[in-house]
Design a protein around this ligand. Sequence first.
Ligand code: MSP
Length: 676
Amino acid sequence: MSRTFYVTTPIYYVNDVPHLGHAYTTVAGDVLARFKRQRGYEVFFLTGTDEHGQKVAQAAGKKGISPQAHADAVHQRFKDAWQRLDITNDAFIRTTDEGHARVVQAALSRLWDKGHIYQKEYTGWYNVSDEVFVTDPEDIKRLQAEGKVEEVTELNYFFRMSAFQDRLISEIRSGENLVIQPESRRNEVLGFLKKPLGDLSISRPKTRFDWGVELPFDRDHICYVWVDALINYCSALGYLRRPGTETGTETGTETGTDAGAVASAELDNGFAPFWPADVHLIGKDILTTHSVYWTTLLMALDVPLPKRIFGHGWWLVDGQKMSKSIGNVVDPNKLADEFGADALRYFMLREVPFGVDGDFAAQALVLRLNAELANGLGNMASRVCNLVGRSGGHFIADPAPLAEADTLAQALADAVIRFDEEMNQLRFHQALAAVVGVVDQTNQLIQNTEPWALLKRAAEDPQAQATFDAVMAIAGTVLKTAAALLYPVMPNKMAELWHGLGQESPLAELTFDGASTVLPASGGGKVGKLKVLFPRLDTKAVKSFAERAREIENRGVTGTPEEGIIKIDDFQGVELRVGEVITAEKVPKSKKLLLVQVGFGEEQGLPVRRQIVAGIGHAYAPEDLVGMQVVAVFNLAPAKLMGQESQGMLLAADDENGKPRLVTFAAPARPGARVS
Ligand code: MSP
């Protein structure tokens, strides 16, 4: 087989609705996959969904359906989003695929047989929502106050992760087999590894919940979701799959390499051609699970390590963390509808260096798209196509020499080399900057030489004709080369440009070596008028994404309400619930603020609790509040008051002395019930 390239995204929690953060990794993976295919590599690009675990079981329970039925329904949201964003994944793995589950069991059996797993009674603080044991005493204290951890004693199976600490450190230090990027994340992992590495609990007793892969050596336990999920990277290729059985993994849409066919290669370590993975793309929050858990598991299985793990940064939205309660969770489908999938893909990779956090602000998006796509590349493309169309419709192969054109040709040759270097280092923003730079220089040349004026004189002035031809030839070459280089990022728009330049063969099928990507414009078909590639966006009409999200949520509320009057939908958007005060204490250094822990009954057998900071300390003694039933705003964005997080608000009204009196009930209500 020719050179191979295997790139993966994390598999996304199936319960989540796809958002900008998920889209970011997936678009980056797609750009890399398309880039490598264009350079002649045999590529396998994997994405998928993580479908086991307590949260999925709980969500299904709420709907009254089985976890499998729930996952079957909701995983489709990811597939739809990836289709909308033109993602060319070669396979889509679901951890509930039968083939995957069998591979997880086979891998666990192997670890068990080799003595890498042992059994131990364990007492610890378990965080249900994150599905992890919390070990840091500070974290335990904080989460206890929030009612998010519970103490459990259970029989667990442990993976002897500690045994691989020294080897992992030397692998990361040497960088020969495994590179963690960017540098800051590598240092973070090495810092983490300075402390002794514990062993990893890899099982959960079925008495807690049973939505997972059964341990092959103890049917009363299921595999820890993270171990199950990480193995996807190998199971999708057919690792430990018995010959003749299917992986169950669905193949992707566009290029559609058959995961089953790839898989049939071998049962064991030679399950490649695609392993070891060339790069696991992940967000910075899941660095430890990948750089430590996954790598040590692979060592124990005697499987080669992935060549590279890249932890990218996070997107904030209009300066804030994305959150359902703030209402600023950005839906990539809607952005693609509004700005076009290509422009969105471009912005994501161009705006911020891949390794660092960025702010996804509507204003920045509009400015960037206008400057570089509408006014830059798009404007130049329509000018050049229009002018060449008017002067015969062909780029000239050997125009008369022109010094400025030679300088530009050199700049283009340099940009082409730089583009590949930057792409290979996953510095997408720099790779794009290289193309933007040369497009700017070309626009400058066009501005200086005024080819529209040259064209008017061309009939009687051979010198004007010669200069016109030379400027158009190099501008066409820049455009054609840019179309090819930018194709992985903007496949639709660049294909339009490619055809506009008179190229008849499909751009999607073009392959070339990075070192020789300058593509002369001459020799193609007839150049025609190009329709506007990137419409200019109205800067004044830009609204923040939070504003838009709110507008969308409020859709359906028609008519302009009278001032001060709200619609029933607005009222129903405020979730009021019955709470019961569990504890209350004064917030240090504050006269009025009390820190109140409020219980809201149980959901799925688990207590629901919130910490609320209330300005009622001058009206109530903390001990008087305990046991009292209150009304709380349950879906308020969390806020910090005097250093304490408040996750809601208690309803109160002033008495005749101006002191707050809490809203309560004449007869006991059911904790957690909605007040309506
Ligand atoms: N299921 C696990 C991954 C298992 S991989 C073997 C998981 N899923 S997730 O859906 O919660 O997150 C998937 C990815 O989305 C992570 O890489 C995370 O960093 C990324 N993002 C979530 N929010 C993000 C932003 N706001 N910005 C950028 N990426 C972020 O973790």
